[in-house]
Design a protein. Structure first.
Length: 351
């Protein structure tokens, strides 16, 4: 069986985008693979260190995982910070990673820019790099953010995973994982680490757009429908989605914010429903109120059973404790093997 590994950062509750972009595939993969699904709470520290929220955030993702259908009998579910071996491997990998290659990572540059509120358009590359290392700036960028891809590589390599289900935004990180694995093998003259590949059932991943006409659905963007939202909240959010006066020419191209509503409709509704609204649009007869009502209804159909399970599971502390303890134990079994081998390869020896 192939080893599959993936994780989601615990920075908030999971939304429809996480469900269609990740969770739904995780659930399908657990049937035919040896799966590890973890909650990336250490990664959350790179941008959201908040001791008061940390545990709650981990719990939210854990509950959402279980409610969506990740089955602890089939998959290993664990919390990243419970597996100390990952941190140890991260340390050893760091010795073979260049500062330059980390600074060139797209996600690092983006985050660093956001954190520094530097207008991307108006800044020369050199200015950004000077600002990043300005220690007097209270938003100065921490080295955890810089080495984020190394920690992610450690997550993957600690179980020597074959396949990693990730979205497009993580492809560069996965490429770096492969490079770090190759480099480790080459440096020490071994063939220990495998080079993991991205894995999405060979289909295009569905990217769920936000409801505000801007980019993708995201926790921080304030445009998300959460799996735990009540039917009322969902109706309210969908009702508020951006629309306009409607098309005036038959068969016109849909503007982004309307196309976004159709994208979600295609995911949650039946082909007949989609076809009906496409025809309504093309003949300029579309009524957005009707479309939104249908959209909300079909989103609720998908999320309601998950939400019901969320409400049950989140009350069951004994169950959550059992899942995380057993998950950590199983994860540790696999991680110990790796770390013992790596320590030997690196040259550590007992006296
Ligand atoms: N970086 C991923 C994200 O932001 C989360 C993550 C951390 C991850 N470690 C991982 C994903 C290992 C896959 C494998 O979405």
């Amino acid at each position: 069986m192939d080893i599959v590994l993936s994780g989601i950062r615990s920075t908030g509750k999971l939304h429809l985008g996480n469900y269609y972009g990740a969770l739904r595939n995780f659930i399908r993969m657990q049937e035919k693979n040896k799966c590890y699904f973890f909650i990336a709470d250490i990664h959350s520290l790179t941008t959201h260190p908040d001791p008061k929220m940390l545990h709650e955030n981990v719990k939210n993702v854990l509950v959402d995982y279980l409610a969506a259908g990740i089955d602890p009998e089939k998959s290993v579910i664990y919390v990243q910070s419970d597996l100390h071996e990952t941190a140890e491997l991260y340390l050893y990998l760091n010795m073979h990673v260049g500062i330059g290659e980390l600074m060139r990572t797209a996600s690092f540059k983006d985050k660093a820019r956001q954190q520094l509120h530097i207008d991307r358009m108006n800044t020369e590359e050199g200015d950004v790099e000077r600002e990043i290392f300005n220690e007097n700036n209270k938003n100065s960028v921490n080295s955890g953010l810089l080495t984020y891809p190394v920690l992610m590589a450690a997550d993957i390599l600690i179980h020597n995973a074959d396949k990693v289900p990730v979205g497009k935004d993580q492809e560069q990180h996965l490429e770096m994982t492969r490079r770090f694995a190759r480099r480790f093998n080459y440096f020490y003259g071994v063939e220990y680490f495998k080079e993991p590949v991205a894995y999405n059932f060979g289909e295009e991943l569905v990217k769920i757009p936000g409801l505000d006409g801007s980019g993708k659905m995201g926790k921080s963007e304030g445009n998300a429908i959460y799996l735990s939202d009540s039917p009322k909240e969902i109706e309210k959010k969908v009702k508020k989605a951006l629309t306009d006066a409607g098309p005036t020419e038959p068969d016109s191209v849909k503007p982004d914010y309307i196309e976004n509503l159709f994208t979600i409709l295609r995911v949650v509704s039946s082909p007949e429903v989609v076809q009906y609204y496409d025809e309504q649009w093309n003949s300029c007869a579309i009524r957005y109120g009707e479309l939104k009502k249908q959209l909300a209804e079909d989103i609720i159909k998908v999320t309601a059973p998950i939400r019901e399970r969320i409400l049950d599971i989140e009350k069951d502390d004994a169950y959550l404790r059992k899942v995380t303890l057993e998950g950590a134990e199983k994860a540790r079994e696999s991680a110990r093997k790796t770390i013992n081998a790596v320590r030997e390869i690196v040259g550590f020896k007992p006296f």
